[in-house]
Every structure is written in C-alpha cells, then in structure tokens.
Design a protein around this ligand. Structure first.
Ligand code: FEO
Length: 402
C-alpha cells in the first residue's frame, strides 16, 4: 500500500524482500526502493524504482492519482536501483518536466539515450514551487554518484536524501520508530561502511553545510529502507561520528588460513590484544574470511581502530579471499587505522609483505614488520604472536579515548 508520510506526501515505492546481493554487498534483510509522490497544484514524483519493481510503483501511484496527472518527475540519483524504471515511467506519465542535477542530466542521457524527454537541470540551492509546497534542490555530488542530489520540501521540513541515511532493510513498516532500533542502526552502519566510507570527507562537508544553512529537518526520507522521524539526531550523530574515522577501542583480527597455522597465530594475537584490555574496555574480534561476508567485515572495520590482517602465502601471493577482501577494502578507503600483518608460509612467504603494502597504500599506521611463521608455529612463535597482540592493543589504547 501507498502511505501518507506527511500532509499530501506519500510513500509509493517498492519492497524488495529477496535481494541478497547489491553489487557485492550482502543484503540479508532485502531492501526497499523508496519513491515519494507529492500532491499539490503540481503533482510531483520523487525518484522511481528498480526496473524489476516498476509494477509495484505504478500500483501505488494509481491508489492516489491517475499517473498521467503527474506533472513533475524528480530524479535525485541515476543509479539503476532508482532509475531502472525511468523509461517506462516517463512513457506512462508523460511529465511536463524532469528535474535533475547537471550531472544527472548527463547521466540520464548516457544511461537511457532519450529522445525528447523534458529534462531540466537544476542548480544547487534552486527552488521550484508545487503550489503550497516549495522544493529546494541540494547538490550532493558523490553521495553516492556525481549526479546525486537531495530534495528538501521546505514547508514540510522533509529531506528526501536519496542514498544518504539509507539502509538495505526490507520491512512492512515505513518508519524508524516501528522497527527494532539497534537492528536499524546496524543496517545503517552497514550501508555507510559499504557505500559511503570513501566519501567521508564529503559527508563531513555536507553535515557542516546543512548546519550552516540552518535547514530545519523533522523527517529524513532516504531512497532505501526506513524513514527517519524519531531518531533524526541519532542518525545525524552516527554519520558525523563515522565520517570522522576516529575508530573506537576495538581491534579486528581478520584472516584466512590454509592448514590452520595462520589461525593459531590469529588466536594468539587476539589473546595478546585481550591481555592489554583487561583494565580498559577494548573489544577484540577474530574474523575468519571463510565464514564472514566481506560487507559484514567492512561494517566492523567502520569503527575499529586496529585492523590486523593474517593470511598464508599461496603461489607467491595471498589466499583468494584475503586478496578479494583487500581489493574491496582498498576501494572503500577506510582511514586512520592501526594495521599489522601476519601469516604462515612454506618457502616464498610474500603474504605479509603484500598485506603491508596494501595497508601502506591506505595510509594505515603499520606495526612493522609483521610476523611470519614457517609451516606450523611452535610455542615460542605463538608467544611472539601474543607479544605482537600486546603491542597492537597498547597502540589502540594510546590512540583512542573511551
Ligand atoms: Fe541506491 Fe547509489 O543507489
């Protein structure tokens, strides 16, 4: 069903209960593609949905208006999960105008190669009137794509925020206060970690700009997941916190192992970290890449201070899960971390060097040179691992405040 979320503003999006992979990000809870219909002197539709869900969108619109009565289409973001159904929707409603950012106009042309669509690029800060409601457009380049923008409905204090503040969270509920709060924040963190981490500097600027503009917000409606109305301060605070990349008093030991030698080292290092955390709150977590999805691991990385990587050497390189994880993490550019590497080897032993090089590229503060053990660790090797763990734990304590 469509749902009125504010006076004459309706959710008309679609729920995708079954999606489990979103370009490499595991979406165990499914997702939603949120669209919003505003009824005023002019009727406006904000964003569309993934192509597979177009019927759901049209069904929801038809509960409220004849689709051909829609005057304006606003495209806040051109990624296919929001625009895949655009050609069908344009054909159906024949809008008077399609508003998008300047980059959005280019992206629409490059995606759909339209002929005669009434596209109109808006400037940052430009407003349009729907009658009694005013829409202000805010350019938010790279949040998530160059074309991204927000739409702010001034009189309603409603921010339609595209991908920002979203979560991949399918639910029959529409609002943040209707679902379990910790589960919601977990999915919000996962979204930030896997989609937005690399844009943290832009998010810091955006939050400052919103504050500077004195934008009054009493609802944030992202294009994925639940709408924020009761926990706006919480989500803004979380974004401010994550975008600072400060890291909490938390260490992750992320590893893959061939014949359990690297795993033995991982346990000993974790023990060493734990030993430094006896009198202070320091959480440690062992993360085996065989059983943890990279996108869940990135959610842990989001607020960890230390990222300790362990991998056996395979064919002069890394085990494929670690190589894939490093590629994924490098793309997301987490910053301001303490890093360390370890692993077993048989004869060539390049694994530790490769992991250190990747962490160096991410400008981690590396505890050199890392620890290598030939074939199977003995008692004294494991003691060295414990000592390494203690050094890591001590560095975390020194560089964080709780
Ligand atoms: Fe939800 Fe960047 O698309």
């Amino acid at each position: 069903k469509s749902l009125e979320i504010k006076d004459n503003i309706f959710w008309v999006g679609a729920i995708d209960w079954n999606i489990r992979d979103f370009h490499g990000y595991s979406t165990y809870k499914g997702t939603t593609y949120n669209s919003f219909l505003v009824k005023d002197e002019k009727i406006a539709l904000f964003d569309t949905v993934k192509k597979s869900h177009v019927n759901e969108l049209v069904h929801h619109i038809k509960q409220l208006v004849d689709p051909t009565e829609i005057d304006y289409l606003i495209v806040n973001h051109v990624e296919m999960d929001h625009s895949g159904s655009l050609p069908e929707i344009v054909e159906l409603i024949k809008p008077e105008k399609i508003f998008c950012s300047k980059m959005g106009l280019k992206a629409i042309q490059e995606h759909f190669h339209p002929e005669n669509w009434p596209l109109e690029a808006v400037e940052n800060g430009q407003t349009i009137s729907l009658g009694s409601k005013t829409v202000k457009f805010l350019e938010t380049r790279m949040l998530h794509w160059p074309d991204s923008m927000f739409s702010y409905l001034q009189e309603d204090k409603l921010l339609i925020s595209s991908d920002a503040f979203g979560q991949h969270y399918a639910s029959s509920e529409r609002f943040d206060d209707e679902v379990d709060f910790s589960g919601l924040m977990e999915q919000t963190a996962k979204y930030y970690a896997n989609i937005l981490t690399l844009y943290s500097p832009l998010i810091r600027k955006l939050l400052a700009k919103v504050q500077e503009m004195g934008l009054e917000i009493d609802m944030i409606a992202p294009d994925h997941g639940l709408i924020w109305r009761s926990h706006i301060k919480d989500v803004l605070h979380a974004y401010a916190d994550w975008s600072q990349n400060k890291g909490k008093r938390k260490a992750l030991v992320i590893y893959d192992t061939m014949w359990a030698s690297t795993e033995k080292m991982a346990k000993a290092i974790t023990t060493g970290i734990d030993m430094t955390g006896v009198s202070v709150k320091l959480s440690t977590k062992m993360v085996n890449l065989k059983v943890n999805h990279r996108s869940d691991v990135m959610t842990d990385v989001l607020n960890a201070k230390a990222v300790v990587l362990g991998c056996a050497t395979l064919n002069n390189g890394l085990l494929p899960r670690m190589a894939g994880f490093l590629m994924y993490m490098r793309g997301l550019k987490p910053t301001n971390k303490i890093g360390a590497a370890f692993g077993s080897f048989g004869w060539s032993g390049e694994g530790v060097k490769l992991m250190n090089a990747a962490m160096e590229e991410m400008k981690f503060d590396i505890i050199e040179p890392g620890l290598r053990v030939k074939y199977v660790p003995n008692h004294s090797d494991l003691q060295e691992c414990v000592e390494m763990g203690k050094r890591i734990g001590q560095a975390v304590i020194e560089q964080t405040q709780e």
